[in-house]
Write a protein of this length. Structure first.
Length: 415
């Protein structure tokens, strides 16, 4: 090495986060160890440089450390030997060697040692299942990596989950074809190749018969006898859990009776839209709607009929607002319609359309149903509270003026 290269090498060697050893290739003596190696092997730097590689690292075979040194010297590099055991017996390690020559032309080995204890533990755990592989109810598989990967082995539970007629049918499938988005397979494969293992990685898949499912994949990467990477994993069907999550999320945002947005969701969207209007100057309008004489409907026709009227009004709103609008049940018999990118004049036209539609359409009951509507256009930096107060006042003005009418909100006063 020239002096500049030697200096850079020493800097990298000393500060590398993984254990680094510089070894005399002939004698096996450790010439230098970085701080990471000192921490990992539990020896001082002075102690390590009095040891040989064969004393520090034990091969799982009976040949021991000298065999490791010989392989590092004679096998084309880079060579990865995995796994071995640290001399203290407490860790499984992966060894990578690089051959160098010192300034005196002495052959050297630069040895990198990585702790792979957790990976090895996972491998052992999966091997323990080998004897009951065919009977275990957990879907297991072995596969090759990459976007064009294929299954090497699957158990009956895996065949059942993916609705195949046989294991052979799955072994002939490109794995990417079982993903709703084939690019997700490539992302999963890349993550597993990079990290060595994944835990409950969520995937959107489809079965051989085309049914979409959601699965959580726990897998690890290892190398077969030929040194090729393969994935071993267990798939968990989480389709029902995902459906429940979607259902619970929906229930948290929508009113059960009318299937419109509930008040909390309305307040969230209102906050978002007023902030957008303040930031970008886009128009925003809203309608506040109340069913006229709703208490009379409940008292005279019963609460079941009152619920039916609420559902009917909700249907009228859904059929006449845009996808970009939000119709919600504000509370009781009151409804809120948020109209992004809509000036007050257009809000007025929609309010009249809704009022007339309710008044002329039969609701199936013996008593006519009408609505009162207040509407307002949001003013820059007005804030949610003042905007809603103006809407409320407009609604009550419509009700006080005889009901079955539309009233515009008064302009906002001074703050």
């Amino acid at each position: 090495m020239n002096p500049d290269t030697s200096s850079v090498y020493r800097q990298i060697f000393e500060h590398h986060p993984t254990s680094q050893l510089l070894v005399d290739a002939r004698s096996g003596e450790i010439l230098r160890a970085n701080e990471a190696a000192v921490d990992f092997f539990g020896q001082t730097g002075a102690q390590l440089v009095t040891m040989r590689l064969s004393e520090l690292i034990a091969d799982r075979s009976e040949q021991g450390g000298p065999a490791i040194q010989h392989r590092l010297m004679t096998t084309p590099l880079p060579l990865i030997l995995s796994p071995h055991i640290a001399g203290n017996g407490c860790s499984d390690i992966e060894i990578e060697g690089t051959r160098l020559h010192g300034d005196d032309e002495r052959p050297l080995l630069h040895v990198t040692v990585r702790d792979v204890t957790e990976r090895v533990r996972t491998e052992r755990a999966l091997r323990d299942f080998e004897e009951i592989f065919e009977d275990v109810p957990v879907p297991f598989y072995r596969a090759t990596p990459g976007a064009n990967g294929r299954f090497l082995r699957v158990n009956p539970a895996f065949v059942q989950l993916l609705e195949a007629d046989s294991a052979e049918e799955l072994l002939g499938h490109e794995i990417a074809s079982l993903y709703v988005d084939p690019a997700q397979r490539a992302n999963f494969s890349n993550a597993l190749m990079q990290d060595g293992e994944v835990f409950r990685y969520e995937l959107h898949m489809r079965t051989v018969k085309g049914r979409e499912i959601h699965a959580a994949d726990t897998a690890f990467r290892h190398f077969d006898e030929s040194g090729h990477p393969v994935f071993d994993g267990a798939l968990e069907d989480i389709t029902r859990r995902r459906e429940l999550e979607v259902e619970l999320s929906y229930q948290a945002r929508y009113d059960k009776l009318t299937d419109l947005a509930n008040r909390r969701h309305c307040e969230t969207v209102l906050q978002t839209e007023t902030e957008r209007s303040d930031r970008y100057g886009q128009p925003l309008s809203a309608l506040m709607i109340d069913i006229d004489h709703f208490k009379r409907i409940n008292d005279e026709r019963g609460h079941a009929e009152g619920d039916r009227v609420l559902e009917w009004i909700a249907g009228v709103l859904r059929n006449r607002v845009r996808e970009t609008d939000l119709a919600g049940r504000w509370g009781g018999e009151e409804f809120l319609v948020l109209l992004p990118s809509t000036p007050a004049a257009k809000a007025h036209r929609l309010a009249e359309e809704l009022r007339q539609a309710v008044a002329r359409e039969p609701d199936g009951g013996s008593t006519p149903v009408t609505i009162s509507v207040g509407y307002a256009g949001y003013q820059h930096d007005e804030g949610n509270a003042r905007f809603m107060q103006r809407l409320d006042r407009a609604l009550y003005a419509a009700k006080g003026d005889g009901r079955n009418r539309v009233i515009a909100a008064e302009p906002p006063g001074p703050p």
